[in-house]
Ligand binder design. Structure first.
Ligand code: FES
Length: 387
């Protein structure tokens, strides 16, 4: 069956030489005999196809509902439900959402293959730019195609498709719950020490130990220029397990650097140091890469991800790169056995910025810390001016 569009294109003489040329190269092969589909000629087959398409849309809607049920009914996490050795939550959510999409897709394809009006168009090859008349006809044909698709004539399956597509939005809305609690809620509940974005497991008197092996460190163990990856002893004392342990470890990651005390050129940095040993968060304040590329002579610490550079002799201030904040410093002291300890948690949140975070300059941070922690810190040898 030819269309108005093909008739116009046949008589489009805006490019006569090109038309003659392409006609010579590719003679019109004509149209094949058209084969009508069963649904075009048999009303019963058409009804059957309509029921099939509706069934697929219905199954899609059912799977979306099952996704929501599984989201709340199946326990996720380390100690969650298990099916056949696999995490039940992942299986249930993945399969229900997958089948919801699959059935919706099958329904749309079946509708297009079996029920949308089956018309064949023929069209001569012609230059890409259409004439205004052609475009007008194309728009008219698009409108006609919209009518022929049955959107208006088949309200039941149209509504079934719209309903199933709308229900597919439910999983996306439900999953917003996984954004979790606000930082204030986490901090209020404190399910484990250092929970939330503001705090780590560092605390007054917590020993600074070597990462991986967990051995404590005396100031004399480090020579000038040495850099050590450290963690709080809490990570190794068995009080934390599973996800809380991993979260606590990642947030508390710290680097120790020993420098000549005379090289320190910031009073706050000096106050929180021991014999020229300073401790800083290992987490870059740009987007959170672990940092430990140290320039021994300058005390500059370079982040390998985007080259932010922090001056460890001067409160970790940013001297180059995209980081927007200085590196948080951990106040250090020494316990009765001569091992390095923290004087408190980090006085400010470590890591990248987040929506609730307050940012202060180092002097304000130190004033707040002095009010709340300086007195307790004296038992670990703290005194203004460095230890
Ligand atoms: S993460 Fe360190 S500079 Fe980007």
């Amino acid at each position: 069956m030819s269309s108005d569009l093909s008739e116009i294109e046949k008589h489009d003489d805006s490019h006569p030489e090109l038309n003659a040329h392409t006609d010579a190269l590719l003679p019109d092969p004509g149209m094949h005999e058209h084969h009508w589909r069963p649904t075009d000629v048999d009303p019963k087959a058409e009804k059957r196809a309509e029921r099939q398409v509706s069934l697929f849309f219905g199954l899609s809607a059912l799977c979306s509902v099952l996704f929501v049920v599984a989201y709340f009914a199946v326990e996720p996490g380390y100690d969650g439900d298990v099916w056949a050795g696999y995490g039940a939550s992942n299986l249930a959510l993945g399969s229900t959402l997958g089948f919801a999409l699959l059935f919706l897709g099958i329904g749309v394809i079946q509708w297009a293959r079996k029920l949308v009006v089956d018309i064949e168009h023929s069209e001569d090859r012609h230059p890409a730019a259409s004439s205004p008349a052609t475009r007008e006809v194309a728009i008219a044909e698009l409108k006609a195609a919209l009518n022929e698709s049955g959107m208006a004539r088949r309200p039941f399956i149209r509504n079934a498709m719209i309903g199933s597509a709308a229900l597919l939005g439910l999983p996306a809305i439900v999953m917003l719950k996984d954004l979790g609690q606000t930082n204030a809620q986490i901090t209020a509940e404190q399910p484990y020490p250092g929970a939330g974005l503001e705090h780590t497991v560092w605390d007054a008197g917590v020993r600074v130990v070597r990462d991986v092996v967990g051995t404590p460190i005396r100031p004399g163990d480090l020579e000038i220029g040495d850099l050590v990856n450290a963690e709080p002893a809490t990570i190794f004392d068995g009080s934390l397990h599973g996800a809380p342990l991993q979260i606590a470890k990642s947030k508390a990651a710290t680097i120790l650097l020993r420098m000549d005390p005379n090289d320190i050129d910031n009073d706050v940095t000096r106050n929180w140091s021991v014999d020229g040993i300073v401790a800083y968060s290992k987490i870059c304040t740009h987007v959170g890469c672990p940092i430990s590329l140290n320039e021994r002579t300058t005390h500059h610490l370079l982040c390998p991800c985007h080259q932010s550079t922090f001056d460890l002799a001067d409160h970790g201030k940013v001297i180059f790169g995209p980081a927007g904040r200085h590196l948080p410093q951990l106040p250090l002291g020494v316990d009765a056995d001569g091992f390095l300890v923290a004087l408190s948690d980090y006085p400010e949140p470590v890591g990248v910025s987040y929506w609730e975070r307050n940012t202060h300059d180092i002097d304000t941070i130190f004033d707040d810390w002095s009010k709340n922690h300086a007195a307790d810190a004296e038992q670990y040898g703290y005194k203004e001016g460095g230890q």
